[in-house]
Design a protein around this ligand. Structure first.
Ligand code: NFS
Length: 615
């Protein structure tokens, strides 16, 4: 039991980890153990496989090779590897954004009959922002952001003027989403960019095309199509899985598919079919950012975050786990074969061993969703009740805090928030986001940091797997205000909101950027002047690398809880953790201890307050 406690602090996950151990089911934690010791060169970022003269590696102790065959030093290799990670992360977010933009275009053209426009007001606002007067023109203009050659990406113009000037001066105002990502691959090819500063500057540019480009496009158009989130209540953790119903778990990232499944699962014909099969109904729950998307707009409960995925399947009560793209462990295939669970892949971009592929296309989305739901229902009779174990643990949570919802909760403007910050009842803002990583006890980094921040009157904005960790730990309930410092507590209680505001999925970190820009503009300062800090306490994905880069590029000091593979180059590590401050007005810090990391954020917030002349 001591052992499961070091793996996860979530009691439901602990229970399932024990169950897996007992039945000999392997999980990510076991596989991490089998990887020990992990490659030291890889950890430091000083191995290079970019050409076939290699693979090369640099001796970190200075005794062996100090250059690769081409002559690349540790600085060059580390910077190139970092750039490729940013490219992959930005590509993932932006390809998601492209899919949404494409769907939007089909909807506008009347070619995706399963969808409609749920937020026409937001659509109007976007048309105005683009200076266009028809949805078709807007769709074309947004699609064009990806392939643009010379910029600008429209949403980058949402930043305060000082920030835009700085980006232009540094040459990192992105020219087009795809162009920057392609250029990452070009520059890191053998014999192209071999200046670590030049490489990293392009990394910043690419990441900006993600945060203020691809990700923001995904968020904005998802709001237009599926509705802009409003505050609502739901539940989180494995206790949302129901023993007497067909359990359909949606996992991945893009709401294009999962929203259709929500609709299909509430179809009376489907519910009747489920009853005929002996189930009391159809129960839908989410994992990873699909969960966040469906929670934010539909109140669908969340079964768990990234490291919960295998454990949720291991409950034996899942009729179908439906996935699209990103953060889906290929381990789910072999695991599904130990149960009756159908593991269903849906994206032409993401197939998995052991999965049934039911390909999803916008024009036939509703039909495919129904077929998937039917498959899950038909599978109910194959469930083996003797193998079902569902931890009886779930927590109430409040979500749905889009920027629009926050502004409306504040009575129509951000002024009350600004006043609360000025008066010091709210000391500052902490954006805490990102993954789980089995190198850190699941949720321990998230919860330790968030608790410390709210205790010190820092209002926390959350997305991604951090939001789910907070939900599971009860921090997304208005009652959690009790755990906040007096100032923050008062504000939350007056508004009836939790001290930790769930703003959505990881592409929805774009909402945090929009909020930061609005706050900065209202105060007449740059984002880098705000009493705000970011953190990713348990990050693991390349998407998180891109996020970290665009958050820092936007001017927000950011603390990472797991060590990025850059320590093999003193120069790069120093640029990221201090030099960047003189370039973009913000930098990274690395601190695995969540309470210490929170202190770094609070110190930063306090020094920003002093600079703004606030007590
Ligand atoms: Ni974000 Fe969402 Fe979670 Fe990490 Fe993966 S789900 S897009 S990458 S693991 S926070």
């Amino acid at each position: 039991t001591n052992d499961v406690r070091s793996k996860s602090m979530d009691p439901a996950c602990q229970e399932m980890l024990r169950a897996c151990e007992k039945s000999g089911l392997e999980t990510a934690w076991d596989r991490l153990e089998k990887q020990q010791p992990q490659c030291g060169f890889g950890e430091l970022g000083i191995c290079c496989r970019n050409c076939n003269m290699g693979p090369c590696r640099i001796d970190p102790f200075g005794e062996g090779a100090s250059r690769g065959v081409c002559g690349a030093t540790a600085d060059i290799i580390v910077a190139r590897n970092l750039l490729r990670s940013i490219a992959a992360g930005a590509a993932a977010h932006s390809d998601h954004g492209r899919d949404v933009a494409h769907a939007f275009q089909l909807i506008v053209e009347g070619k995706a009959p399963s969808y409609c426009i749920k937020d026409p007001e937001k659509l109007d606002r976007l048309m105005k922002e683009y200076g266009l007067d028809s949805p078709a023109l807007l769709a074309a203009a947004i699609m064009n952001e990806f392939g643009k050659q010379d910029g600008p990406i429209q949403f980058t113009r949402r930043v305060p003027p000082q920030r835009l000037e700085l980006w232009k001066k540094l040459g990192i105002d992105p020219r087009g989403v795809d162009r920057e990502i392609v250029e990452c691959m070009h520059r890191t090819h053998i014999g192209v960019d071999n200046d670590y500063v030049n490489l990293i500057l392009h990394g910043l540019r690419t990441s900006i095309s993600d945060g203020w480009g691809g990700s923001m496009i995904a968020t904005e158009l998802q709001d237009v199509i599926f509705g802009t989130p409003k505050p609502l209540f739901s539940e989180a953790n494995m206790g949302v899985i129901k023993p007497d119903q067909v359990n359909l778990i949606v996992h991945g990232h893009e709401p294009l598919l999962s929203e259709m499944i929500v609709a299909a699962a509430s179809d009376p014909d489907m519910i009747e079919l489920a009853r005929n099969e002996g189930a009391k109904g159809i129960n839908l729950a989410g994992i990873c950012c699909t969960a966040n998307e469906l929670l934010m707009r539909q109140g669908v409960p969340m079964a768990g975050n990234f490291l919960s995925q295998e454990l949720i399947m291991a409950t034996g009560a899942v009729e179908a786990m439906v996935v699209d793209v990103q953060c889906i462990m290929p381990a789910l295939g072999p695991l599904a074969s130990c149960f009756h669970t159908k593991f269903i892949s849906t994206s032409p971009k993401a197939k998995f061993p052991g999965a049934t592929h039911m390909e999803f296309h916008e024009d036939t989305a509703g039909e495919t969703a129904k077929e998937i739901v039917r498959t899950a229902i038909k599978n109910f009779r194959n469930r083996d009740p003797s193998r079902v174990q569902i931890p009886d643990i779930k927590t109430r949570c409040m979500a749905g805090f889009s920027v629009e919802a926050i502004v409306s909760a504040l009575g129509g403007s951000l002024d009350p928030l600004i006043e609360a910050i000025k008066s010091g009842s709210i000391r500052g803002i902490g954006a805490v986001v990102g993954c789980n990583n089995p190198k850190i006890t699941q949720d321990f980094g998230h919860i330790g940091m968030v608790r410390e921040l709210i205790k010190n009157n820092v209002l926390v904005l959350t997305t991604g797997c951090n939001a789910q960790a907070c939900a599971k730990a009860g921090l997304l309930q208005p009652e959690a205000a009790e755990k906040a410092g007096d100032g923050l507590k008062g504000v939350c209680q007056a508004l009836g909101v939790p001290p930790v505001l769930h703003m959505g999925s990881c592409v929805d970190i774009s909402r945090i950027l929009v909020a930061a820009a609005a706050l900065a503009n209202a105060l007449g300062v740059d984002i880098s002047d705000l009493p705000a800090a970011g953190a990713a306490p348990e990050w693991m994905s390349e998407k998180a690398v891109s996020i970290g880069a665009y958050v820092v590029s936007s001017g927000v000091f950011t603390v990472l809880g797991t060590v990025p593979p850059v320590m093999g180059s003193k120069a790069v590590a120093e640029l990221l953790t201090s030099g960047a401050k003189d370039v973009v007005g913000a930098c990274f810090a690395v601190e695995p201890d969540p309470v210490k990391a929170a202190s770094l954020m609070i110190e930063h917030i306090d020094s920003q307050r002093r600079k703004l002349g606030l007590a």
